[in-house]
Write a protein that binds this ligand. Structure first.
Ligand code: ADP
Ligand code: ADP
Ligand code: ZN
Length: 214
């Protein structure tokens, strides 16, 4: 299963990717997670990426294309993978197609999660993430059993700096201008399925399950 989850920030890509990872035993490749780890470790790439991320802009294409091309060579990607948050621009999608074609592979499906902007602001301002294992929660829609503590590992939950209303609005603009064109890009390729991402986490999970069995 070689899959892309497409959608605006807060659409539920990470949440669904984690569910699919467990079900199909294939890795989630989240460029956002990889970049945040680089920022935390203060690598050269992290130092460069931080400014873009803090302002809600996209990190340059060549940086993320390099990350994903390397990651796809790892042995755990042989059975498949779930790309979450990549590609985000048409040049990234073209680079991905070239990389996969060099590897003799191609994508099975692109699932686009559709959620309107107001719901996204509420989702992102209420998002909490585990500092230790990266699990995601929402203070109202998917709360942890114990306030501020991860159900899975007991780690501390934190609120991302870029999940403030001003940066969220900027990220939504960036999505509309640079990422939304990928919907027609993959429609033309004949591998796009869109679904209503406004429904509950469990309902979206079921719908994805149907799509993948079709
Ligand atoms: P993305 O990876 O697309 O940016 P996330 O999966 O991190 O989005 O979800 C954003 C926030 O919304 C998280 O707090 C998550 O718990 C919550 N969330 C995800 N899917 C749903 C859903 N279907 N209904 C309500 N809240 C959701
Ligand atoms: P979300 O899905 O909530 O918007 P991510 O964790 O996917 O957030 O991304 C956080 C930030 O990391 C983005 O705002 C952007 O600066 C950077 N980023 C992640 N993926 C990419 C990508 N494919 N291309 C460019 N920048 C990216
Ligand atoms: Zn945890």
């Amino acid at each position: 299963m070689k899959l892309i989850l497409l959608g605006p920030p807060g659409a539920g890509k990470g949440t669904q990717a984690k569910i699919l990872t467990d079900r199909y035993n294939i890795p989630q490749i989240s460029t956002g997670d990889i970049l945040r780890a680089a920022v935390k470790d203060k690598t050269a790439m992290g130092i460069k990426a931080k400014e873009f991320m803090d302002s809600g802009a996209l990190v340059p294409d060549e940086v993320v294309v390099g990350i994903v091309s390397d990651r796809l060579l790892d042995p755990d990607c042989t059975a498949g993978f779930i790309l979450d948050g990549f590609p985000r621009t048409v040049p990234q999608a073209e680079a991905l197609a070239a990389t996969l074609s060099r590897m003799g592979r191609d994508l099975d499906k692109v699932i686009s999660l559709e959620v309107d902007p107001e719901a996204l602001v509420e989702r992102l301002t209420g998002r909490r993430t585990c500092r230790e294992c990266g699990a995601g929660y929402h203070i109202s829609f998917d709360p942890p059993q114990k306030d501020g503590v991860c159900n899975l590992c007991g780690g501390e939950l934190f609120h991302r700096d870029d999940d403030n209303e001003e940066t969220i609005r900027k990220r939504l603009d960036v999505y509309l201008q640079q990422t939304a064109p990928l919907i027609s890009f993959y429609e033309r390729a004949g591998i796009l399925s869109s679904l209503d991402g406004l429904r509950s986490i469990a309902e979206v999970e079921q719908e994805i399950q149907h799509l993948l069995q079709a």
